[in-house]
Design a binder for this molecule. Structure first.
Ligand code: TMP
Length: 197
């Protein structure tokens, strides 16, 4: 099964991704986006650097380049070997951040994500829902996106709500308020439910 975790910065998805990987057991492949291959990790550094200014389309293309790499080299081979893959962010991040918040267009970005991944979407996307004020207070990093503050996080949170409606067949909304353990239990319930389908 291919599971992605999505949410605004500070929603706790990286912690939940780690716990989910442990729960799914040995052989589970963990990736974080952007990243997962040598080239993708270098692209991540470039994208996170507050000193580097990028116009929105160039920013999107870099995320897509990193995703094309990790999809072809890591995710597809793992799925073909019948391993679980847990991704800390995937195409929905581009749709929310670049398509909606940066204004490149939701439909356009969905199409470009499909081109970059050859049409691969997660079997299950866990959307960790948290209000943007709380998220920004929790966010630990200081990357280009977090520095942009509440306006960006609000636009992204709104976009995720739209994605949850458009892609309701694969998106499960998880209340990310509460303790790490409580949220993990909600995550596991959603995974069990999808496994039963
Ligand atoms: P992270 O903090 O979850 O590691 O993600 C890095 C930042 O990159 C985060 O602020 C969200 C942003 N991002 C996009 O804007 N578009 C994308 O496609 C991805 C994968 C991440």
């Amino acid at each position: 099964m291919f599971v992605s975790l999505e949410g605004i910065d500070g929603s706790g998805k990286s912690t939940q991704a780690r716990l989910l990987v442990e729960a799914l057991g040995e052989g589970t492949v963990a990736i974080r986006e952007p990243g997962g291959t040598e080239a993708a990790e270098r692209i991540r550094e470039l994208l996170a650097d507050p000193a580097v200014s990028l116009q929105p389309l160039a920013e999107l293309m870099l995320f897509l380049a990193a995703r094309a790499e990790v999809t072809e080299r890591v995710i597809r081979p793992a799925l073909e070997a019948e391993r679980h893959v847990v991704a800390d962010r995937f195409s929905d991040s581009s749709v929310a951040y670049q398509g909606a918040a940066r204004g490149l267009g939701v439909g356009e970005v969905i199409g470009l994500c499909e081109a970059a991944t050859d049409g691969l979407w997660p079997d299950l996307t866990l959307l960790l829902r948290l209000d943007p004020e709380t998220g920004l207070g929790r966010a630990e990093g200081d990357d280009r996106f977090e520095r942009e503050g509440l306006g960006l996080q609000r636009a992204v949170a709104e976009a995720y709500e739209e994605i949850a409606v458009i892609a309701s067949d694969r998106v499960a909304v998880i209340d990310a308020a509460g303790s790490v353990e409580e949220v993990h239990e909600r995550v596991m319930e959603a995974v069990r439910e999808r496994s039963r389908d």
